[in-house]
Design a protein around this ligand. Sequence first.
Ligand code: AMP
Ligand code: GLY
Length: 418
Amino acid sequence: MNILILGGGGREHALAWAALQNPKCDRLIVAPGNAGTAAIAENARLDIEDGDAVAEFAAENGVDFVIVGPEAPLVAGVADRLRDAGLAVFGPSAAAAQLEGSKSFTKSICDAAGAPTAAYAHFTDLDAALAHVETQGAPIVIKADGLAAGKGVIVAMDLETAREAVRDILGGQFGQAEVVIEEFMSGEEASLFVLVDGTECLPVGTAQDHKRAFDGDEGPNTGGMGAYSPAPVLTDALVEKTMAEIVRPTMAEMARRGTPYSGVLYAGLMIEDGQPRLVEYNCRWGDPECQALMMRLGAQALDLMLACAEGRLGAAQVAWADDHAMTVVLAAKGYPGAYDKGSEIRGLEALPETSSEMMFHAGTTETEGKITANGGRVLNATARGATLREARDRAYALAEATDWPQGFWRSDIGWRAL
Ligand code: AMP
Ligand code: GLY
């Protein structure tokens, strides 16, 4: 089968790496890909948010199955366009991707489904929003509605920060004039990944990531500086509770509204006193969580994503190994602020590449035989082991063996679990 993966980050390199382990994969194209995917598959230049362009490319190249990595093409309706063209697609419709695209939409689904989440209110009027902040008090959480690449969330520990955030958002800094004001939830955060084919739901792993840039969870928020799977806090019993109280009721509500969900559902959870509550849904694999999950799932990841796309999840099962995986993000110095592009990365060819150790590429490009940095998050040192400690030691050994003076990484990924 010919497979097209849309995206160009570490997540997509990991998806490509897993797909290639499966004998069903004949030809693999990644658009736009990166230097890592170029080494194992074909990269293609393509506007991945243009559904017509992707459908045309798929037809010209005999593509049978499309895996959509990032949220933007999903929210733009690329999966709908490809399904209309008769292709098997992994990723939800634009209507279902609203679970990530609109925070107030997700809140209304949770309300209708009775799923536990933070109490909230939605405002477009500045004075009304400010008055609400005064009555609620701090800590309080202020969110710009719509996709804001994770940057639209302000966890305000004091009232002045909250007021300022409300003024910024309703003043249009994030390109929208809507704000969701939420109750602050304390507890431990973890993520549950569930495949959904409209009706059936199959949990495929848990993970925890580290959003802050620096050790000790200090510094600015990022897309994620490292992750590990499984998340010890999400015991089997808690996964079942989350499925019963949050995931299945919300997926049933989506189907009832005529917008069934198909693809991977990423449930960001807050767990306190044994009770999970939903922080947010994303409509895609997490990045870098996907890298750790793919390393654990291996070749079966493709079978599971196909079963999901073809509505066969009811008969699917995950073959679990009793293992742990960790991914450590190597980022360009300065990230998530300003950083330089174009620095050369050396030593990659000497790194081991096995079923349990991989340096996945994120923002890299190859020019004249040299691998150079081309983004903020650049490489993802990923490893698996019998214990999390073993996975961590192997992942950090990959990072240490890389010769890239312009990069940095956190040294404490997994501290909570270890
Ligand atoms: P989101 O974009 O909704 O995932 O929010 C980004 C991060 O903000 C989450 O991963 C949490 O760490 C934090 N956060 C969001 N909502 C809440 C909440 N209601 N209470 C506490 N922390 C939150
Ligand atoms: N690592 C967080 C995310 O993918 O949203």
